[in-house]
Write a protein that binds this ligand. Sequence first.
Ligand code: PDD
Length: 286
Amino acid sequence: MIVFVNGKYLNDNEANINVNDRGYLLADGVYEGFRVYNGKIFKFQEHKQRFQRSLNELKIQYTLKDELETIFENLFEKNSYKNSDELFYYIQITRGVALRDHAFPKEKTKVGIYAFVAKKPLNEKAYNEGLKVCTTPDNRWARCDIKCISLTANCLAKQNALDNGFDDALFVHDGVITEATASNVFFVKDNTIYTHGATNRILSGITRNFVIDLCNENGFKLSEFPLTVDKLKTVDEAFLTGTTLEVTPIVKINNISINEQKVGETTKKLQKLFKEYLQNNFYKKS
Ligand code: PDD
């Protein structure tokens, strides 16, 4: 696989970074993950805006110009992805190279940029049959709104879930369900759709925001209000949203079956609306 690293396009096994890169030493960097359908990026401007915001929040002095587009086009070309669909475009920017110190380098550093494009098809089984998830304490830092490359708590939660026979974990902060390890979570209860507000406790998912738009445009009742764990038993449906998940149903949470472990009607309607949007915007021949 050809990747991009600090201005060069190289085979991934020949790509190197400096050991003093602050991303490597201190996880001092941010990233973005894009979905590519039929060669085109989904909600590119929204991702770009969030990426710039993440950079600003970490005080990494770097203004994005058109490098996101250029790097993607080159990686797409160099890896001959023309006939591949459902790609994942990853890019991260770190504060750059300096001898290890918590304080930012006094001299302005050149940021470290790494990017790749890989095939990542939708998990059809999960999409059609739903996931089984557990809940776990949300022990992450309080700035989950920043797409920071430091993801240890998310990795631990995901692995613990897998080790215990679940597919993923939902984080719980002060009794409130925030989000999953790499996606946002929605619940349907008494014909209202609930999801946590876009606060510092969650990443404001591009897919989340798109699904909210779909709900509003199609007459679904939606509330950006979080669900508490004690209400889980009363939930009619649940689903995750994320760049590589679209709308993926949840059919079991801990030992609680949701909708008798069948994908619910609201979830199916949203999946259909999502697919229609993709069809019209990415696949339709003009
Ligand atoms: N994850 N919440 C968290 C903690 C995430 O890591 C992600 C995305 C989301 C969903 O955001 P979006 O809809 O913009 O993909 C929510 C990416 C895909 C990842 O880390 O690979």
